[in-house]
Design a protein around this ligand. Sequence first.
Ligand code: BDP
Length: 714
Amino acid sequence: MRLKLMARWAAAVAMLLAFAQPALAEDGYGLWLRYRPLAAGPAADLATRAGSIETEEAADPTIAAAVAELRRALPGMTGRPAGQGGTLLIGTPASPRIAALGLLLARAGDDGFVIRDVTVGGRRLLVIAGNRPVGALYGAFHFLRLAQQGALPARLDVAERPRVKLRLLNHWDNLDRTVERGYSGQSIWAWWKLPIASDPRYVDYARANASLGINGAVLNNVNAKPDSLTPDWIAKAAKVADVLRPYGIRVYLSARWSAPVELKQAKTADPLDPAVAAWWRAKADEIYRAIPDFGGFLVKANSEGQPGPQDYKRTHVDGANMLAAAVKPHGGIVMWRAFVYSDVDPDDRAKQAYDEFKPLDSRFADNVIVQVKNGPIDFQPREPFHPLFGAMPKTPLMLEVQITKEYLGFATHLAYLAPMWSEVLAADTYAKGRGSTVAKVIDGSLEGHRLTGMAGVANIGSDRNWSGSIFDQANWYAFGRLAWNPDLTPQAIAGEWARQTFTPDPAFVTPVTAMMMGSRQAVVDYMTPMGLAHLMATGHHYGPGPWVGDLARPEWNPTYYHRADKDGIGFDRTRTGSNAVAQYAAPVAKRFADKRTVGDDFLLWFHHVGWDERQPSGRTLWEELVSRYDRGVATVEGMQRTWASLAPMIDGERAAQIASFLVIQKEEAIWWRDASLAYFGSVSGRKLPTGVRPPAHDLQTYEAIRHPYAPGHH
Ligand code: BDP
């Protein structure tokens, strides 16, 4: 009996030790690469299998980076000095020991890896191999991802390869180190000190990206300055490229269309003018001399006042193909953005990209890929998938999502975005019948495209915790994981992130994952429920502004998007309205066009609905909206409670920051709810249902709120 008790007691202590976090300073800098001590069992197992790291390719910088990462990680996790225990061999078939193993590396493709426990000469060996060094590097990070989560399978046999070729961060970073829509400090690129002084942070940035398989970074804002193409700035970019290169990350630049004119080196930027084409060719040659593996250009043209080929009565094709020809001899590409909305007032902004780009299908050069935002308007908390995904079969399309939370509460609101991105990736375009998902469009499998990609607008800055908040790190993480494999589930990604970032203890991971999974819907509910969109305040986009209706262009105004009047609310995009539904394949259009089948996520996106129209719940639309705003606030309150119960399980520093940000989120959720209800109540003339808390202030008070110093706007 006593023995039994003692055994139980010992087991309990072991459990406690297993999950107890040492009192190490945790400020978030380590991201998901913390490599903290594992529980005794997994630590011993890891040491037995990977105590000493060996390679025959140490001269390769990428293999060297992989070995360095393993050596940095393993002693911390196993609690044993490096060099003891079992052997981990890493490399490519260039290594005779690896070549001899016959690992079936075809499964790894160009960029993937195989991780296997094998037995050689009676000795057990753990092998991480790729066909190219970068694959081995990804394999090393994948191995560490598995190990950090607690327990490795008894026999490892993993083979993975990325589904998408270009897995890119788009930095909206300006040359003065401000960041457009950035909420995490300054740009991490300390341009002014480059190219002479680098920064150790660039290496940690590269490690974090490589751990996810991110293989490219556009360094500067899509609203680009011509200066970034001058020799001085090319030298700075080249220095960054040198640091990122061993980690398999290529550098790209956003190009300003009118650069040749603004730099006073050409009289025009007309893409069909031979002198202009020659200027870009020479510019590309110059860049490639400094950055031999330069990835290519990202271009925002004829959108939001940016210059472009249309200024010369030319098309996106003329522009993109001219640039593509300049980088082609060097193997570069052009990512041409479809995010266009121009100075001409469209009847429905949601239709413009499709109208402009669809007729151009099949006309782009083979090293051009068109970059399409997830939804037809602009990174709103929820949008239907962009109709172009089902409409340009002959053109490679890449998906652009926004990791930085311009429209989802900046850095302080906890909103895990993987559910939003997965919703789009899983959306069925019906372009070639059922199952033609956006994921299959962007991974090239639907139409057999080889140039494929996914880009995320980075949320990375100079803040010590990189992303402005700990939970925003999960969005960087989730972006990389989904770009690697668009079919991973948001739930699984949240789990692996939480285990590595905090602790593998299921008592923590299960509730935190549930909290993350519900967080984006909460934002939808308290900001823009039921298909509403673009209701934020002007300029900085901080807080609610549904009443704004006096801006110069119609489609800048929230009133343009919600169309609320005394009878109803919502944008009629059916045949009786703008007919944007017609841009979708027939089965999708049919579903969206019918109020009974569209579903309440997109009801007001596609329909103008009477305030008193009954919803499936039995409530009127007005009552339903009210209940959504309340649900959003209640979810945030629930998140606060969850966090209060979990916080003691992690370090005080991160726990306290998260708790304080949840206070901000709750206040702002209430602000959104109250201001929106005050406004829509005044427009509709409907009273709040009994028992519902009235807004704290009157409408005028909300309308008068100004925030001239809100971050991120330039
Ligand atoms: C909008 C942002 C703006 C960007 C634009 C873009 O408000 O700052 O320049 O997207 O994607 O959402 O180009």
